[in-house]
Design a protein around this ligand. Structure first.
Ligand code: ZN
Length: 268
């Protein structure tokens, strides 16, 4: 998956230091990342004009920063490339940096009194110098659900809208006041009309494309497995056998890993 970057090690503890040669500088514009014309990332030594740098995180000994490099010659890339970029750790770093970029962008002013927020020096937070309001990075919890029936079939779906048109699994965001397990049963019920039991936690995945932390679960539907699709969100919901062809994307997502695990008989 996109976060599996071993043997490299992701260090997200907030220990800012000044950029040095070899460090990577991310710059974003809307829904795109700015790369060098040769499709590699800007290194600190590539930049010869004055810029401000916001420390993000480290991978091994390389630190990553946020800056505005729009004055430099660059190409703009939509974030899909992060799913398959090599080395993978840079694709992961780029999309993780984007989540922080969005958060910094959206929290420039205090929501209570409109004062300009300043980055805290001790932890990753934005702080209001007037009222002391502290804002931490936003992470939206959500679930990915492998629903399995008595015939050992898995329920796959396709979204009604948006650019992503390959097979997916039932998915949705956690609402205020519910547990992650309640999110699973509610989302399956809402999207497919099915009542599920035997929830089993699989794995989680940070999915910075949507500032999300995904929780993967498998669960079972016993007896009648007629799908009543919520058509404003989904255009397809169908049961697949393990040997069926399921065009489940790349190796970046939790969804594709869970579908592969099911096909190999490891997700029950
Ligand atoms: Zn304030």
């Amino acid at each position: 998956m996109i976060q599996d970057i071993a043997p490299h090690q992701f260090h997200n503890e907030y220990q800012p230091r000044d950029p040095q040669s070899g460090d990577i500088i991310f710059s974003y514009s809307g829904n795109e990342a700015l790369l060098k014309p040769d499709h590699t990332f800007f290194r600190y030594e590539d930049i010869h004009t004055h810029h401000d740098y916001q420390y993000l995180f480290r991978i091994d000994d390389t630190a990553f920063y946020l800056s505005d490099l729009s004055d430099l010659e660059s190409i703009q890339m939509g974030f899909r490339f992060c799913r398959s970029y090599e080395p993978r750790m840079l694709g992961f770093a780029c999309i993780t940096g984007y989540q922080l970029y969005l958060w910094y962008q959206e929290n420039q002013y205090c929501g209570k009194d409109g004062t300009r927020m300043i980055p805290d020096t001790k932890e990753r937070a934005m702080k209001c110098p007037v009222c002391g309001n502290i804002i931490y990075p936003r992470i939206n919890p959500a679930v990915i659900v492998a629903v399995i029936n008595d015939q050992n079939q898995i329920l796959v779906t396709k979204y009604a809208h948006g650019p992503y048109q390959k097979y997916a699994l039932v998915a949705g965001y956690t609402e205020i006041g519910e547990t992650i397990e309640e999110t699973v049963t509610r989302e399956v019920k809402e999207e497919t009309g099915l009542s599920v039991t035997d929830l089993k936690y699989y794995k989680s995945q940070p999915w910075s494309f949507s500032s999300t932390l995904l929780f993967g679960f498998s669960c079972h539907v016993h007896g009648d497995c007629t799908v009543k699709l919520q058509t404003d969100e989904l255009r397809l919901g169908e049961w697949k056998d393990p040997q069926d062809e399921i065009d489940s994307m790349d190796t970046a997502s939790l969804t594709s890993e869970m579908i592969r695990q099911f096909k190999e008989g490891k997700l029950k």
